[in-house]
Design a protein around this ligand. Structure first.
Ligand SMILES: NC(=O)c1ccc[n+]([C@@H]2O[C@H](COP(=O)([O-])OP(=O)(O)OC[C@H]3O[C@@H](n4cnc5c(N)ncnc54)[C@H](O)[C@@H]3O)[C@@H](O)[C@H]2O)c1
Length: 257
């Protein structure tokens, strides 16, 4: 699957799923802009500039997806460095693993700000550029299987991911006539820093194991970031060229139960 020279923005691209997507798409020939609020990867502390150098034709921009000025600066860097924006992967996301009683309004706003407002800001700016290009573009919004099922300690998160799927449908309806495709990618439980402390709790690990029917490589029930990146590559690529407004669930069957 060739993405040769496709200019691809990956938000939250320094760690976990975003890093795996950036690595996979770079391997398929894409030019990558890593955009991240942190200066280093949560996985291994690798600085953004070093990760960009490792990917080959890539740049790192530090900034917050929820901040319009940061998002504008990142898009300006993408166009001035590489000349276009062909693919946007709205991946940056946060959660608050808190019960309803513990969840503060600040927690709720923080989760919605990154996961929903951030995806909106990046999509709006991406579409504005894609509409001006002869080769139209692709947007992949990383949502979650928790857009479709509930879970404990996840009211803000589930709300935000449901919104991302609805936003995906609304965007697809509006920009389809421009030839721009917008799909949601909905991973299930994936082994990243995002949930490491949470899933270290025996009762959470037991619940996730019980909820995931599929077993891979023996008894593994968590996805690897690379497995999620494979699905992102499918959505970013022309192999999915008649797909838009869809939600691709990659969750080992959690939603099937
Ligand atoms: N890990 C899972 O089990 C899982 C499951 C379903 C969906 N997801 C979704 O996948 C996406 C990536 O998750 P992950 O597990 O790789 O998380 P992660 O915490 O490992 O990495 C997230 C990255 O996003 C960056 N980030 C956070 N807030 C940001 C902001 N405001 N602006 C820019 N960058 C920001 C972080 O610095 C980090 O580098 C998220 O949207 C998450 O909701 C994760």
């Amino acid at each position: 699957m060739s993405l040769q020279d496709k200019v691809t923005i990956v938000t939250g691209g320094l760690s976990g799923i975003g890093r795996a997507i950036a690595t996979r798409l770079a391997g398929d020939g894409a030019r990558i802009v890593l955009f991240d609020a942190a200066g280093e990867s949560r996985d291994d502390g690798m600085p953004g500039d070093r990760l960009a150098a490792q990917l080959g034709t890539a740049a790192f921009v530090r900034g917050d997806v929820g901040e319009p000025g940061d998002v504008d600066r990142m898009f300006d860097t993408a166009t001035s460095t590489f000349g276009s924006v062909d693919i946007l992967v709205n991946n940056a996301g946060v959660t608050a693993f808190k019960s309803l009683a513990e969840l503060t309004v600040e927690d709720f706003d923080r989760v919605l700000r990154t996961n929903v407002r951030g995806a909106f800001l990046c999509a709006q700016r991406a579409v504005a550029r894609m509409r001006r290009q002869p080769q139209r573009g692709v947007i992949v919004n990383v949502a979650s299987n928790f857009a479709f099922v509930g879970a404990t300690d996840a009211v803000a998160y589930c709300t935000s991911k449901g919104a991302v799927v609805s936003m995906t449908q609304a965007l697809a309806a509006e920009v389809g006539p421009d030839g721009i495709r917008v799909n949601a990618l909905c991973p299930g439980a994936t082994a990243t820093e995002f949930n490491r402390i949470h899933r270290a709790r025996p009762e959470i690990a037991a619940e996730w194991e019980r909820m995931t029917p599929l077993r891979v490589d023996g008894d593994r029930y968590l996805a690897t970031p690379a497995e999620i990146a494979d699905a992102a590559a499918f959505l970013a690529n022309d192999t999915s060229r008649f797909m838009t407004g869809a939600a691709l669930v990659v969750d080992g069957g959690w939603n099937a139960k």
